[in-house]
Design a protein around this ligand. Structure first.
Ligand SMILES: [Zn+2]
Length: 76
């Protein structure tokens, strides 16, 4: 799985209903983080401030990610 695949997964996750979206570490009232591939690799950025999260949760690398996400949607 390459960074673009993981980026797509994060985008799908952030738009999904029924999950806790990844949010800014400076202010949780800021808009949801969005993924971007920078020189140092894939990161999560805040649209409202300079917050950058380099840690990508293991969930997004899991083979069962989309099965899990579909399950979350069915529950909501
Ligand atoms: Zn922020």
């Amino acid at each position: 799985m390459n960074e673009e695949d993981v980026k797509r997964r994060i985008t799908d996750y952030q738009q999904a209903v029924g999950v806790n979206p990844l949010t800014c570490g400076n202010n949780s009232q800021h808009e949801k983080l969005y993924p971007k591939v920078l020189e140092q690799g894939l990161v999560l950025l805040c649209p409202n401030c300079k917050y950058t999260q380099t840690y990508i949760p293991d969930l997004f690398f899991d083979d069962g990610f989309y099965d899990w996400l579909r399950g979350m949607k069915n529950l909501s």
